[in-house]
Design a protein around this ligand. Structure first.
Ligand code: FAD
Length: 485
């Protein structure tokens, strides 16, 4: 271990952020870098805890104490090698992961946890600067061809793994550029898009072929997939949950992705044909308390909204860990994101009953009501009732529905392949098998597990790649996270 007494000597410190007033003027990332000394001190906080639960807290099984020690000792190349032995894209997770590893950090029991996510980001950025990260094309050629449909983190992880072992990999993407929600969901102020471009360049140099503006099942016939030895579906979970209340049809009520995607396209100078949706000078209502909702808050503030209000149907979870924690807990609802720091009125236990329009069909307000939740003996919220007399109207000219995603798009590719779906409408595959009901067709990421996290998409992509490799070759030397534990 780096420094046995580090966890006693140093407090958790996160890098400074750009002041709210200035960062709201741009869509750029605004978290500064640690100084060398700060980074060294933060790595030194990782203690010799015997059983490092951070390993299993991380869906990728990242071997965190080892890379912290290497950072503390200034062994950058070693830190980089340890990090990428389990994670293909630390530059993504180091920026936007909710860091379940930090929730699992043993130091976090009575002190603040080690700043693992920031350390991860610094390792990979230093690795790019020092050119440890470079294309390593393999001379091995298996002669097997794999098609990956979808270029989000799951599809990218599949491709990055399979190209290493000598398969020919083609990634189909219906958008104009690769990246999935990394590019056209998550705003630039959380993840600037040069970070994706930089990674795609490395993958292309290793031989991955990207075919953009190519929607399989629409402008690319599904029959084209027959030419491949294996196919991986990584199309994400894209059908948003709707709010079917009176006034839903009014002008001014949109799904969150209708708003976020076009803003990312504006920033990235990518053309779009949809009607412009602006929050400028409007009272904005964001319905839904997760990551998508908070991205709508940050984007609305950058547009120059008059006010931003965010509603969540569920109750605010208790911050007191000694109280019965509701399960499933809703960690996102506890979290104050950087977007909330920028200005937002936040309410829990509230339901929107109707949208109200003016004579021209434009949204002017929403009718809402407070909820009272009944809890079971474990403190879990199980049933709600409206609080009588709490119904009221709040002004809003733009309402953004950020209430999650139901399942992947069924028409087109999935129907044409005839893959079996599970009871939630996701593509069915046994966990750990990743193989669908269709011959030689595999699935990974949100399309299989439902809406989730980038770190899970990468984890699924890696595990799925190993299964594809075994299917094609009869064995695989690709790493599996099972080997870490
Ligand atoms: P996606 O990223 O959805 O990628 C699927 C890709 O497949 C898309 O590019 C799509 O165009 C393409 N595709 C679909 N069908 C076809 C077809 N037939 N032919 C060709 N291409 C096709 N997670 C975090 O960990 N941290 C965050 O901060 C965070 N913020 C988020 C913010 C928003 C607004 C949203 C919506 C999600 C956020 N998430 C976050 C969740 C995370 O982005 C997803 O869990 C993750 O991107 C899923 O990866 P994926 O590869 O499975 O799918």
């Amino acid at each position: 271990m780096g420094k046995p007494t580090g966890f006693k000597e140093f407090e958790r410190l996160l890098p400074k952020k750009e002041a709210v007033a200035s960062r709201k003027k741009t869509y750029n990332e605004f978290v500064h870098a640690y100084s060398d000394d700060e980074l060294n001190d933060q790595a030194a906080r990782c203690m010799n805890c015997g059983i490092p639960f951070c390993h299993s807290g991380c869906p990728l099984g990242n071997v965190i104490p080892e890379f912290n020690d290497a950072v503390y000792d200034g062994k950058w190349e070693e830190a980089y090698r340890i990090l990428v032995s389990t994670n293909n894209f630390p530059e993504f997770t180091g920026r936007i992961c909710p860091a379940p590893c930090e929730s699992a950090c043993v130091l976090g029991i009575n002190r603040s946890p080690v700043a693992i996510e920031e350390i991860e980001k610094h390792i990979i950025e230093i690795a790019f600067k020092r050119e440890f990260v470079k294309a390593r094309p393999t001379h091995l050629k298996t002669g097997k061809r794999v098609a990956v449909v979808g270029s989000g983190p799951a599809g990218l992880a599949v491709a990055a793994q399979l190209i290493k072992v000598g398969h020919e990999v083609t990634v189909y993407e219906r958008d104009d550029k690769p990246g999935g929600l990394l590019r056209y969901g998550i705003p630039d102020f959380k993840l600037e898009k040069w970070v994706i471009d930089r990674r795609i360049k490395v993958m292309e140099e290793e031989g991955v072929i990207f075919r953009c503006n190519a929607e399989v099942g629409k402008n690319v016939p599904t029959s084209e997939l027959q030419a491949y030895d294996a196919v991986v579906l990584a199309g994400g979970s894209t059908i948003p949950r709707n709010l079917n209340i009176p006034g839903r049809e009014l002008k001014g009520v949109y799904f969150a992705m209708e708003f976020l995607k076009q803003q990312n396209k504006r920033v990235g100078n990518s053309p779009f044909t949809e009607e412009n949706v602006w929050a400028t000078d409007k009272h904005v209502l964001v319905i839904g308390g997760g990551d998508t909702g908070s991205d709508c808050v940050g984007t609305s503030n950058r547009h120059g909204a008059k006010s931003v209000t965010q509603f969540e149907l569920m109750p605010q979870p208790s911050k007191n860990r000694t109280e019965a924690m509701p399960w499933p807990t809703y960690p996102m609802l506890l979290k104050t994101t950087t977007s909330h720091e920028e200005g937002c009125n936040r309410f829990w236990s509230i339901s929107t009953k109707a949208f109200i329009g003016d004579d021209n069909g434009n949204l002017k307000s929403a009718r809402v009501v407070d909820l009272e939740w009944e809890r079971d003996h474990l403190g879990r919220p199980v049933k709600f009732a409206e609080v009588s007399g709490s119904e009221r109207e709040i002004p809003c000219e733009l309402a953004l529905l950020a209430m999650g995603f139901l399942h992947p798009q069924h028409d087109g590719l999935l129907q044409q392949l005839g893959v079996e779906l599970d009871e939630r409408g996701n593509v069915r595959a046994l966990e750990g098998a990743y193989q669908t009901s269709a011959d030689k067709v595999f699935v990974a990421g949100d399309m299989r597990r439902g809406q989730s996290l980038v770190v899970w998409a990468i984890s699924e992509g890696r595990e799925c790649a190993r299964k594809v490799d075994e299917y094609l070759m009869g064995y695989s030397e690709l790493e599996s996270k099972d080997a870490v534990f």
